[in-house]
Design a binder for this molecule. Structure first.
Ligand code: AMP
Ligand code: MG
Length: 504
């Protein structure tokens, strides 16, 4: 995905036309404060694509001013930094007030629209890990280098996969150590999104009984990001319906690519339907629908197969918070009814595309169910399965060898493949065309934990080359990239010992 053409000029950091629209909300919504400086900051990685979206010249990356600004040591002229308050349900339990405990919103700048959710034509710039705020609770306001690199790479990888997401401009490291299980290097990541308002931002005003603020926030979001809904008979119901639809479609996209968020608390759910707050996420490797990517999630509340229903649960939590504005519970329910059909339709479209099917047949759901049982029983690698499936030839079994190699139980694969080939014949599918279509939707390269880990370990030793290399590979996830074949490899044995948790 190249930066869309738009006319926002080419800026240096200091000439970015920044303002802070969120700061026009009443003071109850945030606390104004400056980032806490860090000593001897250095650039760990930066995304030229993200920079281009906001008209920032990537040549700036090499300048000291860029590093100082995105370390939080210097302010861009015109910015009015603040941390926002929000609340949320964490692991299904009401957690009360949370808020930007380590994030500081610098302001918003003009941006090229990336997709339907970027309708404001602006991007907020937010530092994460930039020091204590009034919402830090027990935390230190900092982020470790390891999780900052993971968020940076995954944000840009998801964007390249065409999945709605916040973006990442850069990661700036510092020699300051922070205490987690062990002392670790810290970093500041800069994220960009049209808005970081969350479901939990609405819950905050609902559960504190401040319905005037609830309305102010809903009006702000509608006017700025959903202006088409302003004239709906009940704009708040329309907002809920639209957020529900976007959330359902987002999670269908996660399922289709095997992405697991890991912490789908309501404070991590974007009101714009974007993937936000990357933490202990993972991409499905050896398929297991019950896989839990977050080591802290003992119950498996956010396991892969749970994501669709948790997305719906979160929309219910949003509906509850919006109820004073919507009025009738029936109207809120009507909006929530969007969830299942939107999810099913989107996932169905995505799976048809992933299988290279261009028509619909009554037996397709059985074919898809059979495929998921096959994957579940054999634990084949999710990404490689779909990628190699694109190389299958309807009447040439020898072309399937790399695909068959993914299965220890070959007869199980062969049995399913016979049905799949029969289905392809039914629509007269042409091998070459289908291969091209399938390769444009089934990525070859995803951010496997072990790939991130290699880049992180090098970065911890001040070698940032692998961060840049991995970013470049993940920016073209659907391309063959013969020189980067090893980045598509199955995880090595040591990778099964990798654990990612909420500690970041
Ligand atoms: P998360 O699960 O990362 O989305 O974080 C949940 C809440 O904890 C949010 O309000 C974060 O701002 C806050 N938080 C997480 N880590 C820290 C930290 N190191 N310092 C301060 N607040 C934090
Ligand atoms: Mg969060």
């Amino acid at each position: 995905m190249n930066a869309p053409e738009c006319n926002i000029g080419l800026h240096r950091v200091d000439t970015l036309p920044i303002e802070n629209s969120f700061a026009r909300l009443p003071p109850a919504f945030y606390t104004q404060l400056r980032p806490t400086p860090v000593s001897s900051p250095y650039l760990v990685g930066a995304s030229a694509r993200a920079a281009e979206l906001i008209g920032l010249d990537p040549a700036e990356f090499a300048k000291e001013n860029f590093i100082e600004v995105f370390a939080g040591n210097r302010l861009i002229p015109g910015s009015a930094p603040l941390s926002a308050v929000y609340s949320g349900h964490q692991f299904g339990v009401w957690a009360g007030q949370l808020g930007d405990g380590r994030a500081i919103l610098l302001g918003d700048v003009p941006a090229c629209d990336t997709d339907e959710s970027g309708t404001s034509g602006r991007m907020e710039l937010q530092l994460k890990g930039s020091g204590l705020t009034p919402y830090s609770r027990m935390g230190d306001g900092r982020a470790v280098l390891r999780s900052s690199i993971r968020e940076f790479l995954c944000s840009e990888a998801m964007a390249a996969l065409g999945i709605p997401t916040s973006r990442a401009l850069c990661v700036v490291g510092s020699d300051m150590l922070v205490m987690r299980e062990l002392p670790e290097s810290s970093a500041v990541a800069t994220r960009m999104a049209p808005s970081f308002v969350r479901f939990g931002s609405f819950e905050h005003w609902y559960y504190t009984d401040r319905h005037a603020e609830l309305k102010t926030l809903a009006d702000y979001v509608i006017d700025r990001f959903y202006s088409d809904l302003r004239d709906a008979p009940n704009p708040y119901q329309a907002l809920l319906a639209e957020v529900t639809r976007r959330t359902a479609e987002l999670i269908a996209q996660w399922q289709a690519v095997g992405f697991m968020h890991g912490v789908m608390n309501t404070d991590n759910m974007s009101i714009l339907g974007l993937t936000i707050d990357y933490g202990p996420f993972g991409f499905m490797e050896a398929f297991d629908s019950r896989h839990i990517c977050n080591h802290s999630d003992q119950q498996g509340r956010y396991a892969y197969h749970m994501q669709p229903q948790i997305g719906q649960w979160n929309c219910f939590a949003l509906a509850q918070a919006l109820l004073p504005l919507i009025g009738e519970p029936d109207d809120a329910h009507a909006a929530l009814e969007n969830y299942k059909p939107a999810f099913d339709a989107k996932l169905d479209d995505l799976l048809h595309a992933k299988l290279g099917l261009q028509t619909r047949e009554p037996d397709d759901s059985a074919l898809v169910e059979g495929m998921f049982s096959l994957l579940q029983n054999t634990h084949a690698d999710f990404t490689l399965f779909f990628r190699r499936l694109g190389d299958l030839q309807v009447d040439n079994p020898s072309a399937d060898e790399p695909l068959r190699d993914l299965f220890i139980d070959r007869p199980a694969f062969d049995a399913w493949a016979i049905q799949y080939q029969a289905r392809l014949r039914k629509e007269n599918s042409k091998d070459t065309e289908r291969r091209q279509r399938m390769h444009s939707v089934n990525p070859k390269y995803v951010l496997r934990n072990y790939l991130a880990q290699i880049a992180i370990e090098k970065a911890q030793n001040k070698d940032f080359s692998e961060v840049a290399k991995l970013l470049a590979v993940l920016e073209k996830p659907f391309d063959e990239q013969p020189e980067n074949e090893k980045y598509a490899d199955l995880p090595p044995d040591w990778a099964c010992e990798l654990e990612v948790s909420c500690s970041s």
